[in-house]
Design a protein around this ligand. Sequence first.
Ligand code: HEM
Length: 477
Amino acid sequence: SLNYWVERGVPGPQPFPVVGNVGRNFFGKASQGQIFTDIYRTYQEHSFVGIFRGTIPYLLVRDPDFIRNITVKDFKHFQDNNVTVDKDVDPVFARNPFVIKGTEWKLKRAQLTSCFSSGKIKGFYPLLEESAMKMIKYIEHQLMTSAPLECREISVRFTLENVASCAFGIDGKCFEEDYPKFREMADEFLSPRGLLRGLKLTFIFSWPSLAKLLRMKFVAKEVEDKLLETVRTSLKYRKENDVVRNDFLEYVSQLSTNTDLFTEMDIVGHAASFFSDGYETSSRVMGFFIFELAMNPECQHKLREEIINSYEKHGNSFSYESINEMEYLDACFNESMRKNSILHHLAKVCTEAYTYTPTNPEYKKLSVNIEPGTPIIIPLTGLHTDPKYWKSPEKFIPERFLTRENTNKFTYLPFGEGPRICIGQRFGTTQLKVGIAHLFKNFVVEVNSKTQFPLTYNPYHILLSPVGGLWINLRKV
Ligand code: HEM
């Protein structure tokens, strides 16, 4: 019932039949992220807002204390992410750690965590450097044509090369071919190819029961088959030739020998999560990271100085340790993720009944009783651009992370927080820092006029996706 929130005394915008409060998205006028941000900004006096995505009531949470309770303190009341995928309809996506629920998630997450330890990521470091060197060669080759480059064209190739080598243990040839086969497979995951696929994802999220009834799949059957074949061939080759590689596939397949939690399809599901959870996010973060530095030459100059100093100090080389020691690099990375929230919201679901009353006097003292099954939205873009927490939030100011301008960690959540925090955070951060360090050590980057300002975003993409691309010129340092 569209009276759901009114009956519970929860404030919120008036919903419309069928489309609820996301009609603008349905008609391509705004992304769901933009809609959530607008609502976040409108309800300043409220800790939470009741909205409708389609006909389903969602609670949008604005108050950092409430967010702390949901993600950490009272996690057991909100331990699942709000995506329901049927294992029979979508066997690969249903095994993604982001999607798994309850006890199964708890057991698998505990096992998988060992695959992402700092020791394991350090082991990947030579592979990441190898990809970065290929990226530099690729850019040098492209420069001969003197045409501008698109940021994501670089970041997609780099992050996919890493997925190929670190997750699947294969050569993705991502810098060698115009449209590598490996990329074709990856693109099938989240990128809305045309209006139809974009609408399909909006549909699955807004009307999940209907989507289930219609057996709508996230991952196309052909992609599922290709993934299964890639994993099978790779594992078979290793077994027959007694090859042991230090990569994610090896680590997860080892888990399958210790516990019956990991079947062949689970291995495929986890390997595939590098595409959906790892590559799509990382490549977009890196694209914006490069572009922000192109738009802010002073920051770029300062960053290059730090990179070159570190390189020279460590005998003309980078290492896992030196990359992670660079403070300004870290600040630029954080600031870029703050200003450009790739994921516009975290999507949780209430798993045990919960009541919340704000204690912060900034908010109206209204209580909400949340029923199990109620989806929760944590609006990252709203929080990351709220002037209450960030001075001049529209500006790129990496220094704010050095001076710790904002110490409330529940207002800055690019990787989420609590037990369900991004499992790939360390891998994602390290690979991007390696790529960025090599790129800015070698090239000066400027914005190309082909970029369409002001930036607008594809309304149907789940992730932040700039229309027309982010175009740059590069020249050798
Ligand atoms: C800079 C790049 C990345 C960003 C911004 C990012 C962001 C996120 C966010 C916001 C979440 C949800 C956390 C929550 O619900 O509280 C998440 C979950 C997840 N991420 Fe990442 N991620 C990145 C890279 C990666 C990489 C490289 C992997 C590698 C496979 C990965 C794997 C996952 C998985 C498996 C989950 C689900 C964890 C769970 O529910 O237990 N991510 N990520």
